[in-house]
Design a protein around this ligand. Structure first.
Ligand code: FAD
Length: 477
């Protein structure tokens, strides 16, 4: 039995795990990173963020070409070669995964391909293709991520019922596709399949799509979906599914009626479950919450003094950049620093068309918590840049503390919102006021100007739209 001693074992090589492994190695620790997939990078790189964004880029090209006729530019109907598209997507993933492997090597991180299992609080057994190997460690970081949820009622074993993992493979372009769940994954993949030619029906159990964002910001995304999808049904539930020849029969309840409908493929995007089972956690002191997420404190410490958890498996918002930030906190705590994951601004981005992004406090959250806020909105119909490419449906919205004028939250809907939100993250992290934003010169003509103009709206002095003054004007000095 081969046993190797290391300072830190990291279980999982996603954006949480590899960020932790690289940082710990940089800080002088000996690190073993264990990954059961054949490729590093986790869900994000292999089955999540990156492949979905590659496909969304392809969709954008198709859509822009389709809609350019009124500009006097006509393209013929695109010929889509799915095999080539898959190869192109795969080549991107391959490059990125190779990059992660190369950096691991350069940083001296030992990568072990195999399935990890805790024998006790100080030992990880790894089942590799070459047999078992054991690692004893001072600290372990669990970064085992999450899996797409598949409710038992939908789990027929029929490949036409897909999670995001299979949907990203684009086996074919189904004629009629049902999407269950109007979260960001359902909306993004619905956009991809619609652009490739599928007829999409999206069913959401709650009263609106994209929960978590303010309703006024969701509206332009909903309008896109209502225009391009065959139907968006909210307050609707898929009760069961059954195989019907080459199709899937879905029994759907909506507005007091239950109907059976046939679809060529179904995407189930109803959330994610933590990857905390079969890790041997029962042999440690690690505890789980009722949904199976590993319980951690603000320092990413579990109930077991030697074990930390980060990323999707530790719950909270399930996003790659949150996993990477928690990785830094865990490693710093292990190295004796006072770091904690507290009051950290984690932006959320939905890469639909238009994109939707927000960070900090939302207006709905302020209302729910009884916090007095003022909002300042800049409609993109007044942005020269948005007009220059005919996408004026966007909006930039600031949530401001009326007493201190500090920016508490920002929401942006519109083309490129996902990139624009970073300025808002910095502003909130640095405690910027609306005046700071208004007085910082933004380049013209850019969409970033909508942030400073929204701040000017707050003071009633926006150059490009007429707005009544909301806040008291400071005397000129
Ligand atoms: P993961 O990336 O899930 O990695 C965990 C790794 O642990 C996996 O590689 C797994 O094989 C390995 N593992 C598990 N158990 C074991 C074991 N016992 N032994 C060895 N290895 C093990 N997030 C964003 O921020 N932006 C996006 O645009 C975005 N788009 C997404 C699109 C889709 C379709 C999906 C599904 C997700 C998307 N996400 C996005 C979410 C993002 O992918 C996750 O939040 C992120 O991957 C979590 O990182 P992680 O390191 O916690 O875990």
């Amino acid at each position: 039995m081969k046993t190797t001693k290391t300072d830190i074992v990291v279980l999982g090589a996603g954006p949480g795990g590899y960020a932790a492994a690289f940082y710990a190695a940089e800080l002088g620790k000996s690190v073993v990173m264990v990954e059961m997939d054949k490729r590093l990078g986790g869900v994000c790189l292999n089955r999540g963020c990156i492949p979905s964004k590659a496909l969304l880029h392809a969709s954008k090209l198709i859509k822009e070409a389709e809609e350019s006729g009124f500009r006097g530019i006509e393209f013929s109907k695109p010929k889509i070669n799915l095999t080539q598209m898959r190869q192109w997507k795969e080549s991107i993933l391959q490059k990125l995964a190779q990059g992660v492997a190369d950096i691991a090597k350069k940083r001296g991180v030992t990568v072990v391909y195999g399935r990890g299992y805790f024998e006790d609080s100080k030992t990880l057994r790894v089942e590799t293709s070459g047999g078992q190997t054991f690692f004893t460690f001072d600290q372990a970081i669990i970064a085992s991520g999450s899996l797409a949820a598949m409710p038992a009622a939908f789990d027929l074993g029929n490949p036409r019922i897909m999670t995001s993992t299979e949907a990203l493979e684009i086996e074919d372009v189904p004629e009629r596709m049902l999407i269950i769940g109007g979260g960001y994954i359902g909306m993004e993949l619905g956009t991809v399949y619609r652009t490739l030619g599928s007829t999409i029906v999206l069913v959401e159990a709650l009263g609106s799509i994209l929960q978590g964002a303010d309703a006024d910001l969701v509206r332009p995304v909903l309008r896109y979906a209502e225009k391009n999808f065959a139907e968006v049904r909210t307050n609707a539930r898929v009760l069961k599914m059954a195989t019907s020849g080459k199709q899937i029969k879905a029994t759907i309840e909506h507005e007091g009626q239950t109907r059976d409908e046939l679809y060529d493929r179904v995407l189930v995007s109803v959330g994610r479950t933590p990857n905390s089972r079969n890790l041997g956690l029962e042999n440690t002191k690690v505890t789980l919450d009722e949904k199976g997420f590993v319980k951690v404190n603000d320092r990413q410490q579990t109930a077991d003094p030697a074990i930390y958890a980060i990323g999707d498996v530790a719950g909270g918002v399930l996003l790659a950049h949150k996993a990477s930030k928690e990785a830094r906190v865990a490693v710093e705590v292990i190295c004796g620093e006072m770091s904690e994951f507290k009051d950290i601004v984690i932006p959320a981005v939905v890469f639909t068309d238009p994109e939707l992004a927000w960070c900090g406090m939302t207006e709905a959250e302020a209302k729910e918590k009884g916090i007095e806020v003022q909002t300042a909105k800049f409609p993109w119909s007044a942005s020269g840049r948005a007009l220059s490419f005919d996408r004026t449906e966007g909006m930039t919205k600031l949530i401001i503390d009326p007493q201190t004028e500090r920016i508490l939250g920002v929401g942006i809907v519109g083309v490129g919102a996902g990139d624009l939100i970073s300025e808002a993250v910095v502003a909130i992290e640095l405690g910027a006021t609306a005046r700071d934003l208004a007085e910082s010169v933004h380049p013209h003509p850019t969409l970033s100007e909508t942030l400073s103009e929204a701040a000017e709206v707050f003071y009633g002095v926006a150059t490009n739209i007429y707005s009544r003054r909301k806040a008291k004007q400071e005397p000129a000095v």
